[in-house]
Design a protein around this ligand. Structure first.
Ligand code: PEP
Ligand code: MN
Length: 357
């Protein structure tokens, strides 16, 4: 007797129910396997086994479905099984909040970065002389600030621009910092310079242009000295977090992330301060987050508003450049503050800073 549409549909409905039952049976077995693997500490995701099963599907397929369609369906089943086992196929990063829920606090000579208060890193773009750094440090001391920055190794876009005083510059920073009881933050560009820099710096800065210099990240991860990692010029937040992971996974968990603006089509500013990265980084990682208002805006008139925004949105540190005479500065002369501007900057941020005290 010829089958009617209705009887065929009934057959399909029955097959669908059988499939449903089989899928759930499979799911129950998957769960059991997951438990055994967990007790044995074996990775539950087994891509080799999955691949083998896809080969079996191919070898046994007699149609009418094409193999590719069936393999697609099986892949969906595999994925659903992984979800059932709540498997994170993505590794949980050491820097992530998931790994560590409490905030990391980086203690630099008594300054506890990440403790909920606002901290400041200030100093000239480049170290030019003892007197120049001293003048800035004096003003900082008057404001009760302790974290002194200055570039000794300068990553300049043009090879003809001032490249920094090198180790001489680090010595100047150390001298001034010791004279005033301060801590030194300075950029190191080459893994080979890290060992020597330990004699002079309290925080090793890794600059934007070196955010994905993996050998430098690994080297900074292998020493016991806090690191200040700046976001790359065109780095996504994800890439920034992975760069941080390089440092922490190499053994150094004393790390501060610094948003310093990213490259966009906007020309009104030197870079675009990605202010939303601050709460994202605070949410995704347990590390202190800094905002460099000098290099992000690249404009002196924006330093105060950007700093206010940074503090209001939850940044742990604000970084800005100060020079006794910006007009004659050997780098970044358009955006550094002079001492008077620095003092009024500090006055301007005070209402927000006091909210965190
Ligand atoms: C700096 O802070 O001295 C510097 C060079 O900044 P960036 O690496 O963010 O350009
Ligand atoms: Mn600069």
């Amino acid at each position: 007797m010829e089958e009617t549409l209705e009887s065929l549909r009934k057959k399909i409905d029955k097959i669908d129910l059988d499939l449903l039952e089989l899928l759930n049976k499979r799911g129950a077995v998957v769960e059991e396997i997951g438990q055994i693997k967990e007790t044995q500490g074996i990775n539950r995701h087994d891509p080799v086994r999955e691949q083998k099963m896809l080969e079996v599907v191919k070898a046994n397929n007699e149609g009418p479905f094409p193999t590719s369609a069936l393999q697609y369906i099986f892949k969906q089943i595999f994925n659903a099984s992984l979800t059932l086992q709540k498997i994170e196929t993505k590794k949980v990063l050491l820097v992530s909040r998931e790994k560590q829920s409490e905030d990391t606090i980086v203690d630099v000579r008594g300054e506890k970065i990440g403790d909920g208060q606002t901290h400041f890193v200030m100093g000239p773009c480049s170290v030019e002389s003892y007197e120049q750094v001293r003048e800035v440090a004096l003003a900082m001391k008057d404001q009760g600030l302790k974290l002194l920055r200055g570039g000794a190794f300068k990553p300049r876009t043009s090879p003809y621009d001032f490249q920094g005083l090198g180790v001489e510059g680090l010595k100047i920073l150390r001298q001034v910092a010791d004279d005033f009881g301060m801590a030194v933050v300075s950029e190191i560009m080459h893994p080979g310079n890290i060992e020597e820099a330990l004699d002079y710096v309290d925080i090793i800065q890794i600059g934007a242009r070196n955010m994905q210099n993996f050998e430098l990240l690994k080297a900074a991860g292998q020493v016991k000295r806090p690191v200040w990692l700046k976001r790359g010029l065109s780095a996504t937040i994800e890439e920034f977090i992975y760069a941080a992971e390089y440092i922490v996974s190499n053994g150094n968990d004393q790390l501060i992330l610094c948003e310093r603006g990213i490259r966009t089509y906007e020309k009104a500013t030197r870079n675009t301060l990605d202010i939303s990265s601050v709460p994202i980084l605070k949410k995704e990682t347990h590390l202190p987050v800094a905002v460099d208002v000098t290099h992000s805006g690249g404009r002196r008139d924006l330093l105060l508003p950007l700093a206010k925004a940074a503090i209001a949105i939850g940044a742990d540190v604000v970084m800005a450049e100060v020079h006794p005479d910006p007009a004659t500065a050997l780098s970044d002369s358009a955006q550094q503050m002079d001492i008077a501007q620095f003092n009024s900057f500090m006055e301007g941020v005070q209402p927000l800073v006091s909210l965190n005290q």
